[in-house]
Structure formats: structure tokens, C-alpha cells
Design a protein around this ligand. Sequence first.
Ligand code: KG4
Ligand code: ZN
Length: 331
Amino acid sequence: MSGNLILGIESSCDDTAVALVDGEGVVHASEVVSQTEIHAEWGGVYPEFASRAHVRAIVPTIDRAMNGAGATQDDLKAIAVTRGPGLIGSLLVGLNAASGLATAWGKDIIGVNHLRGHLRSADLEEKRVEFPATILLVSGGHTILAHMTDAASISILGRTRDDSVGEAYDKVARMMDLGYPGGPVIDKLAKEGQDTIDLPRPMIREGLDFSFSGLKSSVVRHLEKNPDIPPADMAASFVASCMDVLLVKCRRALEAKPARSLVVVGGVAASPQLRAGAQEVTEDMGVALCLPPLRWSTDNAAMIALAGWDYVALGSAPEPAAQPGLSIEQL
Ligand code: KG4
Ligand code: ZN
């Protein structure tokens, strides 16, 4: 029994997601159950509530994906499930569901690195990435610049030394009482304001590493000193600082190591400001820009299933054991 679809399961943080993807990257089903409402009250993800919500959602979400694609167990080549990085309680729910199904249906199980999933998200539905590629991965937990010569080999050019850019968005949103997640609401507010507040551009002059915690503290100091700052101007100034830093580093990375494309992935790649800025950088530098459609930028299981196919091609599948601190270098 060996079908042509991989069933992907993702539960590393606050989205329960299930998808079916074939070997060409065509998505036959993709379901995402968001826990945003559960965590909004806390201004961030509350781990125990996240695990409990995954437990409630996982089986019905698998059912919906399988039924939506009209698929049965015979159509499955393997089951790919996120093994890390992420919240241990959340990861275990997906891993447990995947191993139950793999045993019951007699399928191979592949433990996927969530970050590898994000890297591959730009090739879902359509092959977009031209190698060698420079990658900017900007999610809630990570801000990484990397160089890839093919889908399996990666070298890290730079990463954040403290907060990720998504985390900075979420923390600034929380301080400004804008709710969770911060990215979409800050982007929207920023469009109504002006970049009038003089915020730092941390580490902009040097290297390819990032730092966002000083920027966040600077926003706090401005808000404390001057509580009457129009929120839209604060949002616009914060976004301008983030974009300046991210885009200068993309240029520097492309100059340092030749690439045919710039690939921008992860939740913050849903930002219209980042998408427009990356467009400008790539036009100036004569390289292709690869952006996954918005639904594949934030967490989803289609990217996990596609990364699962890479492991099938390699002929070696990592153990489906939870690894909360898994790094991007690890397969
Ligand atoms: O990749 P992702 O969905 O989950 C992780 O793997 O972390 O990224 C979530 C992050 C959050 O910090 C959220 O605020 C940010 O992505 N985000 C955005 C936007 N949509 C989500 N940031 C900026 N602009 C957006 N439109
Ligand atoms: Zn993610």
C-alpha cells in the first residue's frame, strides 16, 4: 500500500494544521485551526491551553483534510509530522496522533523540522525557488538569513542574537494593547501613520546578525515618556525600523554570496511592507524574488508534507521524537 500523497501534521505552536500534498508539491487539502482567540487574552501563546486545544482539534482536523481530498489510507505514501522546534506539549499532540495513524494504517512516519518546512513553503503549488538561493526566514520564533545551494543543503549567514522580529511585533502589540498576534494589526495600523519617531536600527551597520530586543525597549521608553504619541505613528516608526534592518541585511547577504533568488518565508513574510521592500531589493540586484502565497507564510501543514517529500528523496527519515529546541541546521 503506497499512495502518492503525504499526510502532513503540524502542531508545534498555536495552530493545529493538517494537509495532503503530492510529490509535485500540489496541495490536495489544507486545514488550519487557529487558537488566536484562546491566546488573545494573554497577549501571547499560553502553552498549556495550546496543548489542550490541539488535543480537541487534531482528530477532526485530520478527518476534514482526508474527507476534503476524498483520500483514504491507501492514498498515503507516508505521514510527516513536525518534531520540533516548538512547545513540547503541543508537539507531542501531533506526534502522538501521527504515530497512532502510522501504526494503524501501516505507514512510514517522518519527523519533520518545522523550520525546514518554512524553507520549503515557497515551492508549494508551483516551483518558485531558483538555487542557489538566499533565504530570509522571519517567524514568531526565528529570524535567520541563510544560503541554500539545493533543497537539502543550508548554511547560516546570520541570525538574531535575542528576540525574533515576529516576537518584537507581538511584544510591541502587547505593550500598545493591540492584541495577539501583533504582526497583522501593527502592519495595518502602520499604514495609517507616519515614520516620525526616531527609533534605532539595531546592528544595521555590521554583519548579517540581527537584534530586536533593543528596538522593543526603545518603543517602551518612547511610550512611557510620551504617552500621547499617536499609535499609528508609533506602529509606522517601528515597522520602518524593522524593514530597514531586514532589507539592508538581505542586500548585504546577496552581495556577500551570489544567489539567483531571494526567498522570504515565515509568518512575518505575510507583511505587505516586507513583501514590497523585498521586491525593491531584488529588482535593484537583478535576482528573482520568491514569496509563498500568504496562506503558506504563516504556520500550515502543507509545508510540513512538502518537507516530508525531501526526506523521502533522501531515503532517510528522522525519528518522530519531540525536539523542542531543534535547530535549522539539523535535518
Ligand atoms: O511562522 P509563524 O506563523 O509561526 C512560527 O513558526 O513562529 O509566525 C508567526 C509570527 C508572529 O510573530 C506574527 O506576529 C507574525 O508571524 N506575523 C506577521 C504578520 N502575520 C503574522 N508579522 C508581520 N506582518 C504580518 N502580516
Ligand atoms: Zn512557523
